[in-house]
Design a protein around this ligand. Structure first.
Ligand code: BGC
Length: 706
């Protein structure tokens, strides 16, 4: 076995700061500790309750709960239609009528926008533009905060490699690094400089952990995950968000190898709170505490509460096991007062950091709606991935007539599954966008009129927001047969066919590829959908999005992802009647209206074991454009198997036509570290392959040795 470089066991216990150990100079600490001295056990448990405000909520009951200190915070749902005034009224009851006047916090699913809805997270990830994601998240937070929301249940950083699972649309794709970077961008965007700013909200990172591996792509099912996979794939995005300062983490629904995530001491306490030093609040997912009974590890609510709290869940969402069980658990010593105090401290400290003790009431923020719309359009444009182009795009300004057809041509269902506080009525459809953006000499025809022959037809296909997201899983992710048939029929009329796909999850698109002269993957782009599509089709901006998920050519090939482990006999990685399994479009892929050439790869290992990797990227095509330069690495021989390729860094650059740029990456030893046979995080000496290129399938290849 190879040796281990000086860069040895990392992080283990390194940053451990328990709340109990927080410094006494921390005014939050003293304030909270003094407050806790005045609290009864019932009031303490009340702070851990996080009931839901939804359509049929009985407000009288909630008010009484707030008044008596039995409710610490709320999960607000869209159906609950909580106005800012009602929020402040409930807050007033907490502050003025409860015994200790402890303010509430209100949380909401601010997933991809609030009043203005941006592209779905999976769509946003295809921008590979962390700064843009951060800015969009910042506006979402400011919007939400001005509507009385103190916490957003985002980002969702569940690495997922199974597009049958509807919730893949909520994450940042199949890759660890992208989930790390995009997730931390959301945390920074939400939380800003300080949680107490009136434009900030707390970030609740979810769903901790491994939920993306739900068996068979069916929601909330068992997950079988080794500690190695947890540490290499599923945990790192959460750790990145914790390092970025995330105030809260949501414990997931799934059972992790026999121990449900919401009762999992190893993941919640040993790793999250102790190894990583997370001093924020753990909130359970919706009913995931009471559901421990369904999992078969608790016989009643009291036992469910004990298992969740002892494992590390501080706050219980929706169900009321804590309220009904914990008092007697303290009496019979199944749960220690110390653990209750730790959980309560975390909640009160969060409220303190949010500034709620000083300013419990919310007021509207002055948001420049026009700017946010513009930003939405920009993110949408950058998220779109051009999969195929036989030369029809960008459209020629001489095009006299364009038909726009298909089930999504005049459809406003382009907001995804979570729609924030948004309304489909505000979505610009493709027909409207084409009318807004097209030159005056181009006639746009739609609906029945569209049957009159046009030289170019835009066929808008995809999946409605109700077919992906939570609980919406599919056994077959192929674009529906009727839509494939529509594309075929349109092609037979002799027109050029541009297929625009509005999808939440990756879809199998092979059946339409032969009938399409161009295919643009548009995701669910949000309010500015139609304008963004039209601007891309007309070439006002060159497409620059790239896939953050592999597009398989058949549902039966799932899971298919680029960073697989090498097998002993790769030649047998195939199906009898189809042969070798190949992605239709690989991870990282996306076309542009221009062409980029890669040359002059240089790989230099420095004496401190850092590696400088540089490459020249030239825009050799006919348009200006953005390119996403991707660097992948493979550890050639290690003590445990390593992925065939792993994304290690990326850079999005803009090059005018004819321009070149030298793109430089620095690989640090910790980027090459992995969990060895003894489950220590190490870098092992030896050879590494490195590729820099436009996607996971190509690129220039180099090598270095450590
Ligand atoms: C989902 C979470 C969400 C929560 C609150 C749950 O069903 O899994 O993602 O944040 O509901 O709406």
């Amino acid at each position: 076995m190879k040796g281990i470089l000086s860069y040895a066991v990392l992080m283990l216990f390194a940053g451990f700061v328990s709340s109990a150990a927080a410094s006494d100079n921390d005014s939050g600490n003293k304030f909270v500790r003094d407050l806790m001295k005045k609290m009864t056990l019932e009031e303490k448990i009340g702070q851990l309750e996080h009931p839901v405000i939804q359509d049929k909520t009985d407000f009288k009951e909630l008010e009484e709960g707030v008044r008596s200190g039995r409710i610490g915070s709320f999960c607000v749902t869209k159906g609950g239609k909580l106005t800012l005034e009602e929020r402040n009224r409930l807050q007033k009851i907490a502050v003025e009528e409860s015994r200790l006047g402890i303010p509430l916090f209100f949380a909401f699913d601010v997933i991809h926008g609030y009043n203005t809805v941006f592209p779905t997270p999976l769509g946003m990830s295809a921008t590979w533009n962390d700064a843009l994601v951060e800015e969009a998240s910042h506006y979402a937070a400011a919007d939400a905060s001005g509507s009385g929301i103190d916490m957003g249940y985002a980002p969702m950083v569940d690495v997922s490699r199974d597009p049958r699972w509807g919730r893949i649309s909520e994450c940042f794709g199949e890759d660890v690094l992208l989930n790390e970077r995009m997730g931390s961008a959301v945390v920074r965007g939400f939380q800003g400089e300080s949680l107490s700013d009136n434009t900030s909200i707390a970030s609740c990172v979810k769903h901790y952990v491994g939920y993306g591996l739900s068996m068979g792509g069916r929601d909330k099912q068992y997950t079988e995950i080794s500690e190695r996979s947890l540490r290499e794939i599923y945990l790192p995005p959460f750790q990145a968000c914790v390092d970025a300062g995330a105030a809260a983490v949501m414990s997931a629904f799934n059972d992790i190898s026999g121990i449900p995530a919401s009762a999992n001491r190893f993941t919640l306490t040993d790793v999250l709170k102790e190894e990583w030093g997370f001093d924020g609040t753990v909130v359970s997912d919706w009913d995931s505490v009471v559901e421990l009974m369904n999992h078969g590890i608790a016989s009643d609510k009291k036992e469910a509460a004990e298992k969740a709290l002892v494992a590390g869940v501080d706050v219980e969402m929706k169900s009321d096991c804590y309220l009904s069980g914990l008092e007697s658990s303290v009496e019979d010593r199944t749960v220690s007062l110390k653990r209750i105090d730790d959980a309560v401290y975390r909640v009160l400290k969060l409220k303190f950091d949010l500034g709620l003790f000083d300013s419990p009431y919310s007021a509207r923020n002055d948001i420049d709606e026009g700017y946010v719309r513009e930003l939405n359009r920009k993110v949408a444009r950058e998220s779109m991935v051009l999969l195929k182009n036989d030369g029809i795009l960008p459209l020629s300004p001489r095009t006299a007539k364009i038909s726009v057809v298909g089930p999504f041509s005049e459809n406003q269902d382009l907001l995804g599954w979570w729609t924030g506080n948004g309304n489909q009525k505000n979505v610009v459809t493709v027909v409207e966008g084409m009318k807004n953006i097209s030159p005056s000499n181009t006639v746009i025809v739609q609906g029945t009129e569209a049957r009159s022959k046009a030289p170019v037809t835009v066929v808008c296909v995809g999946e409605p927001g109700s077919t992906f997201g939570e609980s919406n899983c599919l056994s077959d992710i192929t674009l529906s047969r009727s839509q494939v048939e529509l594309v075929r029929e349109v092609k037979q009329t002799g027109t050029k066919v541009i297929v625009v796909v509005f999808n939440g999850r990756p879809l199998v698109l092979d059946p339409v590829l032969d009938y399409a002269d161009a295919v643009l993957l548009a995701w669910h782009p949000g309010y500015e959908a139609g304008n963004a599509v039209a601007e891309i089709l007309w070439g006002m901006e060159s497409p620059s999005g790239k896939l953050t998920v592999t597009l398989p050519s058949a549902s039966g090939h799932i899971p298919l992802f680029y960073s697989d482990r090498p097998s002993g006999r790769p030649s047998e990685n195939k199906y009898k009647y189809e042969g070798k399994v190949k992605a239709s479009f690989p991870f990282g892929f996306g076309l542009s209206y221009t062409e980029f050439e890669y040359s002059g790869l240089e790989v230099v290992k420095n004496s401190d074991n850092t590696v400088d990797v540089s490459v020249t990227v030239s825009n050799v095509g006919d348009a200006d454009g953005k390119e996403i330069v991707q660097m992948y690495v493979r550890d050639e021989v290690a003590s445990v198997t390593r992925p065939v390729k792993e994304l290690k860094d990326y850079r999005k650059i803009f090059l005018k036509k004819g321009e070149s740029e030298v793109v430089r990456f620095k690989l640090l030893p910790e980027q090459l570290a992995f969990w060895n046979v003894e489950m220590e995080k190490v870098v092992e000496p030896g050879g590494f392959k490195v590729w820099v290129g436009p996607d996971s399938a190509g690129g220039l290849e180099g090598r270095f040795e450590l």
